[in-house]
Design a protein around this ligand. Structure first.
Ligand SMILES: CC(C)(COP(=O)(O)OP(=O)(O)OC[C@H]1O[C@@H](n2cnc3c(N)ncnc32)[C@H](O)[C@@H]1OP(=O)(O)O)[C@@H](O)C(=O)NCCC(=O)NCCS
Length: 166
């Protein structure tokens, strides 16, 4: 795959409340243990800590990214792209926006948990300078599975390197 085929009219913007139905639809098709509407609403209520981004083509929501920025660290809490829109650079564009915003808010490092079997997401994170830093045994349910802890120890450097990519 090449991430250079990003949809030309794709926009990345902060999540609005009216995006939630479309976000929930993507969430339930993307995860075996999806977040609930209540969980998304709670995230959106954490002003100053939670920063959430949506990818839109026109009015259509195609993906989203939920992050926290706390104490110089960005935590990626949730990211997904609609199944029919994957492989077109949307996840990459969401991370570019979310990590750039986190850096501007003082984050120097970033981290996340990912299912050990989720190689697509791991490959996406590796592009942004994340490396495996640990393993949380039986972290996930439905099905039970280990999480890999992935960290990016130099967010500024990772963004600079990715910015130079063609
Ligand atoms: C992970 C996910 C968000 C990636 O979104 P996407 O828009 O399809 O990803 P992109 O098209 O931006 O791809 C960017 C890079 O990610 C990696 N990648 C994405 N999909 C991949 C796949 N199926 N296999 C291997 N690598 C993949 C590649 O490195 C790719 O770069 P390349 O195209 O130059 O090879 C998407 O697959 C998804 O929503 N999965 C279900 C939800 C999920 O697992 N979220 C992560 C939870 S931790």
């Amino acid at each position: 795959m090449s991430a250079r085929r990003v949809l030309p009219d794709l926009t990345i913007a902060p999540v609005r409340e009216e995006d939630l139905p479309a976000i929930l639809a993507i969430e339930t098709t993307s995860f075996s243990a999806p977040w609930t509407e209540e969980m998304f609403r709670w995230e959106l209520g954490q002003a100053g800590t939670s920063f959430a981004w949506v990818a839109r083509q026109g009015d259509r929501v195609l993906g989203y990214l939920f992050t926290w920025v706390v104490a110089g660290e960005c935590h990626i809490n949730n990211v997904a792209v609609a199944p029919t829109s994957r492989g077109q650079g949307i996840g990459d564009a969401l991370l570019r926006t979310g990590l750039t915003a986190a850096l501007a808010r003082g984050a120097r490092t970033a981290l996340l948990e990912v299912r050990a079997s989720n190689h697509a997401a791991q490959a996406l994170y590796a592009r942004w300078g994340f490396a495996v830093a640990g393993r949380r045994r039986r972290y996930y349910s439905h099905p039970t599975e280990d999480a890999l802890l992935m960290r990016c120890d130099d967010l500024a450097g990772a963004l600079m390197r990715r910015g130079r990519d063609p």
